[in-house]
Write a protein of this length. Structure first.
Length: 301
């Protein structure tokens, strides 16, 4: 009997120790995973803006994080933005506010949000801070995250990530727009399209077709089932002199998107998804900027 008790005790102790080790390992690896994801995301953002390890962004370039939430109270719904009101610079103590608008775009409320600048990118900490400010009895749902890029305090670009349905599952992208909502660049972050067909959406000769297209063109963008002109493909892939590439890209900047061979659905999914993202973002930002200006709300961007 004593032996059985001893064995049970040892097994229990071993299981507890193993669980502790696994728990600690999970916490450590999960933090490392999130850190690596942030690093990859930032690398993609800076690459879309034309920066790299060889050409790092100057200190005057700042990325201001904007988080949009949908807050519901009974049958009433608000669109709320968690925005920086400090300098927005990394390593600097920044203040944040939750600016809430009704569905007609009118200011409902503005409240300070107590959250550390290092924690704001963490979904759990950020959601808790917003829920605390929103108050009890409200349903708070995170909607999306965009970035306003400034240089010496002047806006130079917008970065927005998003997902939309593809041929199989969802396609994740990161877009870069200039202050007039012209497409600066696009990166495909994730997809499960068919190899050799829809998977070609990640190739330069497809995704770079969106580059340089003005907002007026993007809003009406379509997909055409025509062969991609050889000179245009060379320009899209960067295989020619810069002067020739600029000339050809200018020639095609108002054209529709040439579909991938055998993957029209994937081509249309990306085109419609990108078009929808840009139109919605421009509409929402114009409303937010108008409210910030009218109410004289000081922000970092």
């Amino acid at each position: 009997m004593k032996d059985i008790v001893s064995i049970v005790f040892r097994l229990t102790l071993t299981c507890l120790m193993a669980a502790t080790v696994m728990g600690v390992a999970f916490i450590v690896t999960n933090k490392a995973k999130k850190h690596n994801e942030h690093v990859r995301e930032e690398r993609t953002m800076y690459a879309l803006l034309g920066y790299s390890e060889a050409k790092p962004a100057p200190a005057s370039v700042v990325l201001h994080q904007i988080y949009r939430y949908i807050i519901t109270e009974g049958e009433v719904q608000f669109v709320s933005y968690l925005i920086p009101t400090g300098s927005g610079k990394p390593g600097v103590s920044n203040a944040y506010s939750l600016v809430s608008l009704d569905l007609q775009g009118k200011l409902v409320d503005q409240k300070p949000v107590a959250i550390d600048g290092e924690k704001i990118r963490g979904r759990e900490d950020r959601d808790k801070a917003v829920i605390a400010v929103a108050g009890s009895g409200k349903d708070v749902r995170f909607a999306d995250h965009t970035i306003i890029v400034t240089e010496n305090g002047k806006r130079i670009a917008y970065l927005l990530g998003g997902k939309f349905p593809g041929f199989k599952t969802f396609i994740g992208v990161m877009l870069a727009l200039d202050p007039q909502y012209t497409m600066v660049g696009m990166e495909i972050l994730e997809h499960e399209e068919d190899p050799g067909l829809g998977a070609e959406i990640e190739q330069d000769y497809f995704k770079n077709q969106f580059q340089g297209k003005a907002f007026s063109t993007l809003k009406g963008l379509k997909v055409v089932k025509e062969p991609l002109p050889a000179e245009y493909q060379q320009a899209l892939e960067g295989g020619i002199a810069e002067a020739d590439m600029a000339r050809i890209m200018e020639q095609y900047k108002e054209k529709d998107i040439y579909a991938l061979t055998g993957a029209t659905i994937s081509s249309r999914s990306v085109t419609d998804g990108v078009k929808g993202m840009v139109k919605k973002f421009a509409y929402r930002l114009d409303i937010l900027d108008k409210v910030l200006k009218e109410q004289q709300i000081a922000v970092s961007f």
